[in-house]
Write a protein that binds this ligand. Structure first.
Ligand SMILES: Cc1ncc(COP(=O)(O)O)c(C=O)c1O
Length: 407
């Protein structure tokens, strides 16, 4: 798949509709991503889209129609996902994975996790029938308080070992705000015995971020299954679900290899065979892998200037629309086109891409681009995940970018 799900001509046509930068999302790309991943997963793996990657209702609707479950991290995400599920009618003939075969209501298809869940959010999640990923005794106590009937809960565990250092966003085995430290499991489960409505029937571990090495993901999953077995045996848990989190990686530059999802699917199959003590379902919660390639962000060049031998290309939008380059130091893939959609034939040279904000933090990357003039456009590929809603959109009161869908 190309880095750019939307053609320059389509972007130019959208740009002509109204001023200002925008995101364009491709519905066919979203469907293709879902189908490709769903097709390689064993039947006992449920796919839950991580809404945080991009909560755009059009994207949620597309995945909901495919039979997606949704991993939510706030009351707002839960509401959006519940709305998408309520409207969706899984299309006849699509492979829905275990998620689509679910049970009676959207409850089977909603998960709610996060380190700082507020009481009202837990109450709301339970009303919607969501399964809670509890990260503390306090979460368990709130489930017990608000649930009217026995509630199956997944306990998020922060492993003590066996997890390779991941990105600084998530991963590793150091101190963490997420989950219950593995070494504290006995204490938490002991306290949990007093919660009569809480049924700990699942383990959740999320220990990877943007990982493109299928073997490394498989080793992490093996650690998680081993840890789950130990917990099940030591504490008599009847585990029906093990949630392996998200973190399926994407290439952001031509030099990077894509994650081999076929190999990942095979590894999950053999993992389930090897861990035959576990008869329940696995859950994967990818956000980036599903949503990233569906989106392109486009911004007009406002000014090009040289400063002490460096070419600065100043765009209409910067970290107020795309924060990821600042967080990770890695630019999105870029290309440029003229306002009429035609390509720019000039030779590419180094450019520093900046936005309109009055801070030197407002940099979208040191990249290679052809000669550019005011009025030309730069398109950023793979911005369907961790784009629009992750950015500092209110900073300096610039308008929000628009969001368009194309078929
Ligand atoms: C609990 C949880 N699940 C899933 C995800 C999605 O991760 P990704 O978009 O890397 O697949 C995240 C991201 O931070 C997360 O925190």
């Amino acid at each position: 798949m190309s880095f750019f799900a939307v053609s320059d001509q389509t972007l130019a046509d959208l740009a002509a509709r109204a001023p200002g930068p925008f995101f364009a999302y491709s519905r066919s790309a979203a469907r293709e991503r879902w189908d490709r991943l769903a097709a390689v997963l064993p039947p006992r793996v449920r796919l839950a889209y991580a809404v945080k990657a991009n909560p755009n209702p059009g994207l949620l609707a597309t995945f909901a129609r495919k039979g997606a479950a949704f991993d939510c991290a706030s009351g707002g995400e839960l509401d959006r996902a519940a709305r998408a599920l309520a409207k969706a009618r899984p299309l006849a003939g699509t492979r829905t994975t275990a998620a689509g075969r679910g049970g009676p209501g959207p409850g089977n298809l909603l998960f709610y996790g996060g380190p700082g869940k507020r009481a009202e959010e837990i109450r709301r999640a339970l009303r919607l029938g969501a399964r809670i990923h509890a990260e503390s005794v306090e979460d368990l106590a709130l489930v017990d308080r608000f649930s009217r009937k026995p509630a199956a809960v997944n306990l998020r565990v922060h492993p003590a070992s066996g997890i390779e250092e991941g990105s600084r966003i998530i991963g590793g085995t150091g101190p963490s705000a997420f989950g219950v430290d593995e070494e504290n499991l006995a204490r938490v489960l002991h306290v949990a015995k007093r919660f009569t409505r809480v049924r700990i029937e699942g383990i959740h571990v999320f220990a990877a971020s943007n990982e493109r090495d299928a073997d490394k993901l498989a080793r992490t999953y093996d650690t998680v299954l081993g840890l789950s077995r130990k917990a099940a045996e030591a504490f008599g848990l009847d585990l029906r679900q093990i949630d392996l989190g998200g973190g399926l990686g994407l290439a952001y530059s031509p030099g990077e290899e894509e994650l081999d999802v076929e190999a990942l699917g095979r590894s999950l199959g053999s993992l389930l065979e090897r861990h035959d003590w576990f008869r329940g379902e696995l859950v994967l919660e990818p956000g980036r892998w599903l949503a990233g390639p569906c989106g392109v962000y486009a911004a007009r060049v406002v000014r090009v200037k040289e400063s002490r031998g460096v070419r600065f290309v100043i765009l209409e939008g910067g970290i107020n629309h795309l924060l990821r380059p600042l967080l990770t130091g890695q630019p999105f893939p870029v290309r440029a086109f003229r306002a009429d959609g035609s390509s720019i034939e000039e030779e590419a040279g180094p450019a520093v891409l900046t936005g309109p904000l009055c801070t030197s933090l407002d940099r979208l990357g040191d990249v290679l681009l052809p000669g550019l003039d005011s009025g030309d456009f730069v398109a950023f590929g793979r911005t369907g995940a961790y784009g629009f809603t992750e950015a500092m959109s209110r900073f300096l009161c610039h308008p929000l970018p628009r969001e368009y869908w194309i078929p």
